[in-house]
Design a protein around this ligand. Structure first.
Ligand SMILES: *Cc1c(COP(=O)(O)O)cnc(C)c1O
Length: 354
């Protein structure tokens, strides 16, 4: 039976992308060779890299605006330090909205002073802090647009006179935004774009080259740009699959089209959480994420029954992160409205039975 995959990451990818990716592993472009056994400098793979980089900028509306797209190693976690390595001279600001922000802060402290401009730690990170000011003397301000673990999402973004850096790992390509308000965006592929193993970095070139420290080659954005994202052997398979996903997104109408579906999915699930007395949401309503919905049972004694029903219905990956508990339904781009419908039906059946 096909599962309804609500996993937080690595996560569901479009079925047609899976089909094309598996074909390319056996025979890439009818070449008689596998995608994963040819040179990354071959004409065919260079075309993949160029296409993936170009599609990323296209979707974000950043073509011709001074940005470069890179596919790098090391996950979003590598960007926690790479951002600071390349951009932090004296002092950086961080908005603390959860585990991932904290990890980013920890790495940045190795390179300079870090000020937490605001934090939602006081309430278990169930909301997004809004009333804070951005000091003018920061090298940059770092934010996390979607907090995968807590199910909160930023709906508006701080305005300031310093470069804005955004960890967009779990909601990139999911909603329309003015992406030019960010100077650097990064995202581990495995949440909404492809398999684990590559990270998309979109950077405005004019913020680079300003720190005085020496930067190791592989961690240097400027060098990665110069080498067209092929300083060393790139993660050929994850990049290829990311390219296929970006093509899939383009074919269904791009971010505007997927945003409509994502909103429908989120509305369907959140209205069930709100109307069904068996469930309660975790995140503050106004800050709820359209990607990751966090919720719990109002009575723990229904746990076994609910989880049994989910299992029977083919629901996968619903367990909340260990730091929050309860449940988390991740509704990334490739998850269908139908899958959310199946979950919602189970939730309302639990109410009828209860
Ligand atoms: C998953 C996640 C990360 C960590 O990604 P890795 O690629 O595993 O390093 C960082 N930030 C956010 C918002 C995430 O959801």
């Amino acid at each position: 039976m096909k599962k309804h995959n609500f996993s937080a990451g690595p996560c569901i990818l479009p079925q047609e992308v899976m089909m094309k990716a598996s074909e390319a592993v056996l025979d890439f472009n009818g070449s008689g060779l596998s995608l994963i056994e040819i040179s990354h400098r071959s004409k065919d793979f260079v075309a993949v890299m160029e296409n993936a980089r170009s599609l990323a900028l296209d979707h974000l509306g950043l073509k011709g605006k001074g940005y470069q797209a890179l596919f790098l190693h090391g996950g979003a976690s590598m960007q926690f330090l790479m951002v600071a390595y390349n951009l932090l001279e004296k002092k950086a600001g961080y908005l603390n909205t959860g585990t991932w922000s904290n990890n980013a802060i920890k790495e940045a402290k190795l390179f300079g002073d870090v000020v937490e401009v605001a934090s939602s730690k006081d309430k278990g990170y169930n909301y997004i802090p809004k009333d804070f000011s951005v000091p003018n003397d920061l090298d940059y301000l770092h934010i996390t647009s979607n907090n995968t673990i807590y199910g909160t999402q930023m709906k508006s973004f701080p305005k300031g006179n310093v470069p804005l850096i955004c960890d967009m790992s779990s909601d990139i390509f999911s909603r329309q935004l003015d992406f030019s308000q960010f100077d650097l965006i990064y995202a581990g592929a495995q949440k909404n774009m492809g398999p684990a193993g590559t990270t998309l970095v979109v950077v405005k070139e004019d913020i680079l080259g300003k720190v005085t420290r020496k930067i190791p080659s592989i961690l240097n954005y400027q060098l990665q740009i110069e080498k067209e994202s092929m300083f060393n052997t790139p993660a050929v398979f994850p990049i290829y699959v990311s390219m296929l996903t970006l093509e899939w997104l383009q074919n269904i109408g791009g971010i505007p089209a997927i945003e409509k579906i994502n909103n429908k999915k989120a509305q369907l699930l959140y209205s069930e959480i709100d109307l069904n007395p068996m469930f309660k949401g975790y995140a503050k309503k106004e800050d709820r994420s359209i990607m990751n919905a966090t919720f719990n049972l109002t009575e723990n004694k229904l746990k076994e029954e609910f989880e049994g029903m989910c299992k029977e219905g083919g629901i996968n990956g619903l367990n909340g992160h260990r730091s929050v508990g309860g449940y988390r339904a991740s509704m990334y781009n490739a998850l269908s409205l139908e899958s959310v419908g199946v979950l919602v039906d189970i939730m309302s059946e639990l109410e009828r039975k209860g």
